[in-house]
Design a protein around this ligand. Sequence first.
Ligand code: ZN
Length: 95
Amino acid sequence: MADEITTTPPAPPEAAAERKPAAPKVKTRKPKQRACDERDPKGKLCAGHLKRWYDYPREIEQLVGKGAEIYRCEFCKVLYRPDPKQQPNSYTIRY
Ligand SMILES: [Zn+2]
């Protein structure tokens, strides 16, 4: 991962003080995707690690289905459904 030369200093993390129960963003993983491809308002790639999320709360369960395979970005918390074309029998990373 090459660091890009940038002239803008790193901005402090914005306080995510959202209290309204907005539905979380759910994306679908691209084949072999392991890092978040969300971009912040400044266009910076999130690149957070997508981790399998097992004990999600009820509102997430209603969103993705009970017992669904779901991943979550460690940084921006965007949810990812597994790639529908990728068989879930070959992953070796377990937490
Ligand atoms: Zn992310």
